[in-house]
Ligand binder design. Structure first.
Ligand code: CA
Length: 349
């Protein structure tokens, strides 16, 4: 082969390849998916305690999650459930303070009452057994408490100052419709508090997330300017019956409608990577492309080292699907050190 003769051709080819690939290379280098610590490092310490949040921070999560409900005296506290009996000793401390359905609603207790409760690893209220057997031992031997949203913001902002990092908040407003019905406008309160701490800016490091589509729309009407995530779960998550709405949120029409308000589309992982009937493989759902085409980022939940999603035999295979095949923009994890380690190893951080 006469190389000299081929030089102009090669030059043209190399130039063309560069022109074609440079944007790809830039795009690949730009792909830095976010890790959100789901209820803190909840795989290691009881969920939504400041201890679990500090651990998640130290593990390098990009965002730390807060689920927020109201107390009786109108303080926003960080709790996954609007009830207290599956993570605290409320039944022992306040016997009889449940509603007719047997549940102890956070909204029926003052902040000082809630602060008097001890928090433990999540358990089944009927059997008393820990939900995840291999995690932090269940029991009330340590002084874990329910934090307020404000305390948690102060913790994260303090750590940001001390470390020079900029770890963000990922705040879920729980049951907006229920709170509204109880005469407690929680959307307004959360947006007011986050605004007061400087988070209601387009480039602020905070994301608001909600399962309730009406509340997603309302948060824009209330002036929320920062990123906004629409959580989607076909089984519904609210006290109100919202299964049909969530089925619609997974259709092309629904996804487009979401994109009018939300900047992040955040379905349950198995709505994106749909497991086969035998549970041995998975396929990508069309809503991923629809969300991207509509200009939204796509986040998903929840990675658990001790409970992998259907269709995946190993954690590595699950991470490959999330970060290499689907290239999702964010992942909630109970074990934030695991995706952080994977992304570091693969040059994605
Ligand atoms: Ca949540």
């Amino acid at each position: 082969m006469n190389f000299r003769k081929h030089i102009p051709v090669l030059t043209v080819l190399v130039t063309m390849l560069c022109v074609v690939c440079l944007p790809c290379a830039a795009k690949a280098a730009d792909y830095k998916p976010a890790v959100a610590a789901h209820r803190g490092a909840s795989g290691y310490l009881p969920e939504h305690t400041l201890e679990a949040k500090a651990m998640a921070y130290a593990m390098g999560a990009d965002y730390i999650e807060q689920d927020v409900v109201f107390t009786k005296d109108n303080v926003l506290v960080v709790l996954h459930d609007h009830t207290l009996e599956t993570t605290t000793d409320v039944e022992a401390k306040f016997p009889g303070r449940h509603r007719d359905d047997g549940s102890y609603y956070a909204i029926d207790f003052t902040l000082s009452e809630i602060k008097s409760l001890l928090v433990t690893e999540r358990f089944d209220a009927k059997t008393g057994e820990a939900v995840f057997a291999g995690r932090f031992p269940k029991g009330f031997g340590i002084d874990f408490r329910v934090p307020t949203l404000e305390e948690e913001i102060i913790l994260i902002q303090g750590l940001n100052k001390a470390t020079g990092k900029n770890t963000g908040l990922y705040v879920e407003v729980k049951e907006p419709e229920f709170h509204e019905r109880e005469g407690k406008p929680i959307m307004e309160a959360v947006i007011e508090l986050l605004s007061r701490y400087g988070y209601n800016e387009e480039d602020a490091n905070a994301i608001l997330q909600i399962f309730d589509f009406d509340a997603v729309k309302k948060s824009r009407a209330l002036g929320w300017k920062a990123p906004l995530a629409m959580l989607v779960d076909m089984d519904g998550q609210n006290l109100v019956d919202d299964k049909d709405i969530h089925k619609w949120l997974l259709t092309e029409e629904g996804v487009k409608e979401v994109s009018r308000y939300a900047s992040i589309y955040a379905p349950w992982f198995s709505h994106l990577a749909v497991p086969s009937e035998d549970g041995k493989s998975w396929t990508t759902a069309p809503c991923l492309k629809w969300a991207r085409d509509a200009g939204m980022k796509v986040h998903t939940w929840t990675h658990r080292t001790d409970r992998l999603a259907g269709g995946f035999a190993s954690e590595e295979a699950m991470f490959d699907a999330i970060f290499k095949e689907m290239k999702l923009d964010g992942l909630f994890s109970d074990f934030p050190d695991r995706p952080v380690e994977y992304l570091n190893k693969n040059g994605l951080r």
